[in-house]
Design a protein around this ligand. Sequence first.
Ligand code: HEC
Length: 124
Amino acid sequence: MRNCRLLIALLMGLAASELAMAQKSPTPHTTRQPKVDPQSGLVIAEGYNMVAAHCSACHSPSLITQNAMSRERWLETIRWMQDTQKLWPLGDAEPTILDYLATWYGPKTQSRRPPLAPHLMPKP
Ligand code: HEC
């Protein structure tokens, strides 16, 4: 019985701290978090199907999700893969793929919390 109460208290504490974290998050409540495909880690949005089809054949999609590039840089990366890595022409899918990449993996995407202020970093 005692253990059970302890567990409940623990769980309530967890819930409370999660709530506090959610409130501290800089993203306003109105901004909906995009859905992410658990397998690829890619955001599920317009163009997702094409990106999943064309861009996960040779390497893990994590190469995409860990990048943040402008549309031009994404295009350069695609051209580079086409010139040197045997990536096929993307044809009609290319603009959609570029829109998707620049939207969800663009330079301004805040996919992580901002870095800690220097004075909050642990001492080396
Ligand atoms: C035909 C094979 C192939 C396909 C298909 C492919 N890539 Fe690549 N890509 C590569 C290879 C090879 C590398 C280099 C991998 C490495 O360095 O380990 C690479 C690297 C990358 C990198 C990292 C570039 C860097 O500078 O580090 C990104 C980002 C990337 N690909 C995105 C994409 C996207 C977006 C697509 C879909 C349009 C795609 N890839 C489809 C072969 C491919």
